[in-house]
Design a protein around this ligand. Sequence first.
Ligand code: SF4
Length: 104
Amino acid sequence: MTAFMSPRAAEPPRLPGSYKSFESRSTDWMADAACRHPSVDVRLFHSDSLARIAEAKAICVEFCPVRERCLEYALVRDEPDGVWGGLTPEARAAVKAARAGAVS
Ligand code: SF4
């Protein structure tokens, strides 16, 4: 009998503590996102205004129950723009660099 080979078998092995978990690829968590609340202007999360960016970050940190999953999702996808998980693209790059340094 031939063993079932999933497409994932071709992927490189995951490192311990890697943020590239299966869970972070799911989008179910988006249903609970604070930025999806009708009272929130989603444009805050993709603004060039520092004041609006700060407002978006505050919504993430203070009100969002899925912030950690959002951040992991953005890190896995290398989201180039916007506030995700309370972090700007620059802050996310710093997180990725720190994690890369921690496992090397
Ligand atoms: S963490 Fe921020 S950007 Fe992510 S889902 Fe929550 S409110 Fe939206």
